[in-house]
Write a protein that binds this ligand. Structure first.
Ligand SMILES: *Cc1c(COP(=O)(O)O)cnc(C)c1O
Length: 429
């Protein structure tokens, strides 16, 4: 499989090159040249397959020219060494719990897969790779954790100062070794801009091998499609709708990829907080990126979602086709908290603020589609957002793998959102 750039100004490349480069030189996004159709036999046997077996069948046609199936199988089972349970919440609503990985957010899936692909490819050459990654909270720790101690890979994380939760920050800044955290005076969009600009900077790219671990990297996206198949395998007889609490729209795009590969999904809900650029686009046809606003679902505080162009690409840029399959809703922090409380009081189920936005989007969708069965993606463990969750429903238990970060000393370096300063830092470190 070759990967083309959505801007179409550069020639298609192999999976390997797409992963190492992260971003094509024409500032587009890599996409597979064609979407493979999975065979009927695969769908017939879906409900008897394990998660990693499903992953292997999905990934093989997309990747096997660059990573032979046997090695791919190893990478996938190492990536998915944790559960992704489907939990009934109420009536026809289920939660797809994506937070059982080491850093307690769904980002573990993409980041662990990407880290393993990059380290697989870096074994073929001795060159040192610097991974730069902007995070709105959860990506950074998932990436850092995925790469911790990996030879020939340095990781530089950029996160917006004061805009991530206490435990998120601890997860980012306490690892040490080959991981450096930069605390940027600005918001997530500033962090993302610094990373994107670095990739386009000729001088920097001559000096060092930079790669991206953001959801713009195709190796983050592909494994995220696995769990849509997996969820369907758990609820085979239902008409499924997925509600995806979204920020950069990587997770939703991965679901669209699954559908395009042949998975029977009735529809998608793009659920957002007040950073409602995509729901607005779905309503009006106009895509108007803006500065991001801070909310309690901070990992979704994105004003210019980088996967939007991939999403459009999958529908030939047709707004009519997009709106036929994707409904969009946005919610305020107050509505989000109210939903967390209501669901907890009614069912005992604890949602984190991101999952709660997904739940709300799903509820709205189901009002018009009563026969459908809905899954919302529960993208992070509620304990990651301890302050908010405790304010709304009372004490939450902190899992040990998260609690252990609390006492460690934060080590970060402050920078402004000025690109020259960031560039200088990269050049001289
Ligand atoms: C990153 C993140 C999201 C948003 O996912 P996208 O793929 O960027 O749309 C939602 N919830 C949590 C907890 C996240 O960390």
């Amino acid at each position: 499989m070759q990967y083309y750039s959505t801007n179409r100004q550069v020639a298609p490349v192999s999976f390997k090159e797409a992963v190492i480069k992260g971003l094509p030189d024409d500032n587009g996004l890599f996409m597979p040249e064609s979407i493979p159709q999975l065979p009927k036999s695969f769908f017939d046997s879906l409900s008897s397959l394990k998660l990693d077996e499903i992953g292997l069948e999905v990934a093989t046609p997309l990747i096997e020219e660059d990573i032979p199936r046997q090695d791919l199988a190893t990478i996938i089972s190492e990536t998915l060494n944790f559960d992704i349970p489907v939990k009934p919440v109420k009536d026809n609503i289920y939660a797809l719990e994506l937070f059982h990985g080491p850093t307690l957010a769904f980002k573990d899936v993409g980041a662990r897969f990407l880290a393993r692909c990059l380290s697989y490819f870096s074994k073929e050459s001795d060159e040192k790779v610097t991974v730069i990654v902007a995070t709105s909270g959860d990506t950074g720790s998932a990436v850092a954790h995925g790469f911790l101690g990996v030879e020939n890979v340095d990781v530089v994380i950029l996160y917006p100062k004061g805009k991530v939760s206490y435990l998120q920050e601890k997860q980012l800044t306490t690892l040490g070794q080959n991981i450096t955290a930069l605390e940027v005076e600005g918001n997530f969009d500033d962090c993302q801009r610094l990373v994107k600009t670095a990739f386009l900077d000729k001088e920097l790219n001559k000096k060092m091998k930079l790669t991206s671990a953001n959801s713009i990297n195709i190796a983050r996206l592909i494994p995220q499609s696995f769990y849509y198949f997996w969820a369907k395998a758990q609820l085979p007889e239902k008409d499924l709708v997925f509600s995806v609490p979204s920020g950069n729209y990587g997770n939703l795009t991965a679901g669209l990829l699954a559908k395009n590969m042949g998975l029977d999904i009735k529809g998608f809900v793009a659920s957002s907080n007040i950073n409602d650029i995509v729901p607005n686009y779905l309503a009006s046809g106009n895509y108007e990126p803006t500065a991001s606003k801070a909310t309690i679902s901070n990992a979704m505080d994105v004003g210019n979602p980088s996967n939007f162009y991939r999403l459009q690409e999958l529908y030939g840029k047709s707004w009519d086709k997009i709106t036929a399959e994707i409904k969009g809703y946005s919610f305020t922090d107050e509505e989000t908290k109210k939903a967390m409380k209501e669901v907890f009081d009614e069912t005992g189920y604890v949602m984190d603020p991101h999952g709660a936005v997904g739940y709300l989007g799903l509820k709205n969708y189901l009002l018009q589609n009563e026969k459908a069965t809905g899954l919302f993606l529960e993208t992070a463990h509620p304990a990651k957002f301890k302050d908010t969750v405790e304010e709304v429903i009372g004490a939450v238990t902190i899992p040990e793998r998260l609690a252990k970060y609390a006492d460690k000393e934060k080590k970060s370096r402050q920078i402004t959102s000025d690109f020259e300063e960031f560039k200088n830092y990269l050049k001289t470190r």
